[in-house]
Design a protein around this ligand. Structure first.
Ligand SMILES: C[S@@+](CC[C@H](N)C(=O)[O-])C[C@H]1O[C@@H](n2cnc3c(N)ncnc32)[C@H](O)[C@@H]1O
Length: 198
């Protein structure tokens, strides 16, 4: 994996500013690269993930982060919208980047697809129904880990409750990442999927 040093930060900021589309809403923010990149590194280190499914690509801020740290990842992003400039750039730069325009609620998990992702990153529809639907789809893939964004964001604080109460028998929070000093509620939860037999 690539080290998070000065050059990494400079390259990420350059690519995010020049090669990704300008986001219309939220998403991983290049201004905080130096602080948040180590969390993404830590997630890859803990999970040893090689195949990632991301629900909610936006303009690709987190896709660029994960792939910049581990360029040989197979990284599958899904979003209901399309950010052409970002998709073209990431597909050109990383052999293992794939994008599908779809509503995550319509993802169909076929027989034999269990275990194809080590990590599912849920950062799409942030409503309680949306998050629940995405967890249900994610669990069908039987990943080892699920990563959630915005778990302690004031507007979405129910996400933590969904994980720790509604899915207590299926998910165990192994690490929380919080950056309240960067912006209120910026938080991610890395969960291990319990009783995963793949
Ligand atoms: C917060 S942004 C994702 C940010 C991105 N992961 C990052 O860190 O840069 C949420 C994204 O989820 C997408 N989204 C919302 N509902 C969705 C759905 N039902 N299926 C797929 N994508 C959805 C939105 O279009 C938006 O781009």
């Amino acid at each position: 994996m690539n080290k998070i040093d000065k050059k990494f930060v400079e390259d990420y900021v350059f690519n995010a500013q020049h090669n990704l589309e300008v986001p219309k809403m939220g998403g991983t923010d290049w201004r905080f690269t130096e602080r948040i990149a180590p969390a993404f590194y830590d997630i890859l280190d803990i999970t040893k993930a090689e195949n990632i499914l991301e629900i909610g690509f936006n303009v690709g801020g987190s896709a660029l982060m994960f792939l910049s740290i581990k360029p040989d990842l197979a990284y599958f992003s899904v979003d209901i919208n399309r950010s052409e400039k970002s998709i073209d750039f990431l597909a050109e730069m990383f052999l293992g980047f794939y994008f599908t325009q779809a509503d995550s609620k319509e993802l169909v998990v076929r027989e034999g697809q269990e275990g194809i992702y080590d990590l599912v990153f849920i950062d799409g529809d942030h409503t309680p129904e949306g998050v629940t639907a995405d967890i249900n789809v994610a669990l069908k893939y039987k990943p080892a880990y699920i990563l959630f964004d915005d778990v302690r964001h004031p507007s979405h604080s129910y996400i933590e409750k969904i994980i720790t109460e509604d899915y207590a028998d299926k998910l165990e929070v192994v690490k929380m990442y919080e950056f309240n000093d960067l912006w209120e509620g910026y938080s991610m939860a890395l969960c291990k999927v319990k009783n995963n037999n793949t």
